[in-house]
Ligand binder design. Sequence first.
Ligand SMILES: Cc1cc2nc3c(=O)[nH]c(=O)nc-3n(C[C@H](O)[C@H](O)[C@H](O)COP(=O)(O)O)c2cc1C
Length: 277
Amino acid sequence: MPVINLSLCTRCLKCVKDCPSNAITIETGFIAETCIHCGHCVAICPETAVSPDSGSIIPLCPNLVSADHFRELSAGIRTCRSFLSKEIPEELLLQLVDNMKHYPSASNARPLQVTIVRSSEKMKLLNTMTESSLLRMFSFVTSPLVSPLIRLFAPSISISKLQRYKKSFLEKRKSNDSLICHHAPAALLFHGAVTKTGMPEADANIWATYTSILANTLGLGTCFNGFIVKAMGKNSNHNPFFGIPAKHKVYAALLIGYPKVKYVNECSRKSPEVSLI
Ligand SMILES: Cc1cc2nc3c(=O)[nH]c(=O)nc-3n(C[C@H](O)[C@H](O)[C@H](O)COP(=O)(O)O)c2cc1C
């Protein structure tokens, strides 16, 4: 629990008003069990009278990133599918994970764990297991027996797209290339327990997005990987090979490494349709 030092508190009530779970009784400094440990009380107190659950209070710097900087940054971050065969220093990988303490989480539940796959042997395994699992699925769905049923009962599944994927996967495999891991030196797997009420998938995609932005500011390239999520999210048989608990599901995967390519132009794409109501 955060702790309120009443001798420093000026009763400005900023923490009381900002607390999302109405957990603070300032007269006594009591914080109720409904506290979700979001740390807003610590963040908002001008007197540094509230100590966090763990660690110390660090003053924030004024926002250094302008809207123009952010626009430039986001325009320059492109999916990387071509990596140098250069290892990422462990400190850098751990820096990416350490910063995850700042990312949002539904109800501040923070249900995710992160596995960093970085040995070449495990990266190869991640690639081949994902490939085999997807090829099995493509073969099943596109088979003459099953595909008519899919067309009838799940018309949103494009059989021709899966056939194209299957062909490309097999071609790449023949030339010892990969459509999945693109020879990235590392992958971050965001996983957590399966839940009916929580939102770990949303958390995982948000955390992977922030991580991708931070990684790019550190000179790394990233690739969100839906193939790995499709294969590992469905099939927890893969989990033990990567030290992931059997009851966990992989909700997001991010390939990461030093990019071989450099993008120099911004490309215009359509912004989403908007309704102002
Ligand atoms: C949820 C998600 C899953 C993705 N999965 C893959 C993938 O498995 N393999 C891949 O090469 N790219 C993957 N991508 C990258 C997209 O193809 C890419 O974002 C898109 O083509 C736009 O290009 P850009 O990221 O360079 O702007 C994924 C992106 C997202 C957001």
